[in-house]
Design a protein around this ligand. Structure first.
Ligand code: CU
Length: 125
């Protein structure tokens, strides 16, 4: 083998391993991206506005792990109190909010204990 041939052999060996390493990096980067894009969706936060003595939206569907924030825009207090005792905001003063993260599935009917006709439903699935 000539010196030149050896050099070429060495260079192509290095080149080859560099290419393999690069492909590996790209593959793991792609895997990371795929997980983010196609895997379990990250928890989200939903807002229910309390205004005009009503919940808006009155009916809400969320996923397990999501958070709901009740925001009181009325000039008097409200509550978000589930009928089965799963959650209770207690009084949310004017301009204040209360949030809860839901970790179990279920259908929850809730009311404002201060204004019983003020009703909502929350579906956690
Ligand atoms: Cu109320």
């Amino acid at each position: 083998m000539t010196v030149l041939a050896s050099l070429v052999a060495i260079v192509s060996l290095c080149w080859g391993s560099a290419l393999v390493a690069d492909q590996g990096t790209q593959a793991s980067a792609y895997a990371r991206e795929s997980r983010t894009r196609y895997g379990e969706t990250s928890p989200s936060t939903h807002t229910v506005v309390m205004e005009g003595t009503s919940f808006q939206p009155a009916d809400l569907k969320i996923s397990v792990g999501d958070t709901v924030v009740w925001v009181n825009k009325d000039p008097f207090p409200h509550t978000a109190t589930s009928k089965n005792g799963e959650f209770d905001s207690k009084e949310i003063a004017e301009g204040k909010s209360w949030e809860n993260t839901f970790k179990t599935k279920g259908d929850f009917a809730y009311v404002c204990t201060l204004h019983p006709p003020m009703k909502g439903t929350l579906k956690v699935e």
